[in-house]
Design a protein around this ligand. Structure first.
Ligand code: SF4
Length: 244
């Protein structure tokens, strides 16, 4: 188990690592920076750096967690990367299916591959499936997600680098929004965030505002309208059954 600083999860589980960039949201990929750092530190799991790698041994890990957890699957990769065999993805799903006491959050930018494999996968209640939507150009990822059989569907609009006009939240349960941080972050505009918030409120969709980002994310903070937005789909303790 790996602790994480990501505000909307508890920990990460990485049965695969590595990826390659496919869209504007990937520009300052955190996973790539971390993978290079971990390779330099000599960690065996990252000996190939950011090249795609499958980790059979990690398939055992969730069976060992003593308490129910909320885990982000593949914070260091993309489970629906084109080079990950469907058979391996099915094994990852089997682990999640056999551990209903934990919630598993998966996030992909390869929503077309997600939909292609959808019917081959067993979507138990404890699997939350999300797509990244950083700007209007990639909003078709939401349509792919909507067509899947995932029981809980979410959007990660981070880093939000453009407005999302006409955002359709039909069948979407949760939206996360955040600005880019780092040395040269692309700006986020409050009206883009407020527009998404209003649409979530109108549609009864949970909304989580992660951060404004910028060169000092500590300073810019994560308040919107003077308050924190920490909406999340709810889970009952222990059995992974959704309440909403
Ligand atoms: S898809 Fe995700 S993990 Fe892969 S390069 Fe883009 S941001 Fe990084």
């Amino acid at each position: 188990m790996a602790k994480t600083r990501i505000e909307w999860t508890e920990m990460s589980w990485n049965p695969t690592t590595g990826c390659n960039k496919i869209s504007a949201g990937c520009k300052f990929c955190y996973a790539e920076i971390m993978a290079r750092r971990l390779k330099a530190m000599g960690l065996d799991k990252y000996k190939t750096g950011f090249k795609l790698a499958l980790h059979e041994d990690d398939l055992r890990t969730p069976y060992l967690w003593k308490k129910p957890r909320i885990a982000f699957v593949n914070s260091m990769s993309d489970l629906f990367h084109q080079d990950i065999p469907l058979e391996f993805i099915k094994r990852v799903f089997k682990v999640m299916n056999e551990n209903p006491q934990h919630v598993f959050q998966i996030l992909t930018k390869r929503a077309d591959i997600l939909l292609k494999y959808d019917k081959e996968l067993k979507w138990t209640h404890n699997i939350w499936m999300g797509v990244s939507v950083e700007k209007e150009k990639v909003m078709d990822r939401i349509d792919y997600l909507r067509k899947t059989h995932a029981r809980t569907k979410f959007l990660s609009c981070e880093p939000l680098i453009g407005p999302l006009p006409g955002l359709n939240l039909n069948k979407i349960d949760w939206v996360i929004v955040g600005g880019e941080s780092g040395r040269t972050p692309r700006p986020i505009e409050p009206e883009w965030v407020l527009d998404i918030l209003n649409k979530c409120e109108d549609a009864g969709v949970e909304f989580f505002f992660k951060q404004w980002g910028g060169t000092s994310k500590k300073k810019s903070g994560r308040k919107l309208n003077g308050k924190y937005y920490n909406g999340m789909p709810r889970v009952t303790e222990g059995n992974g059954e959704l309440l909403h």
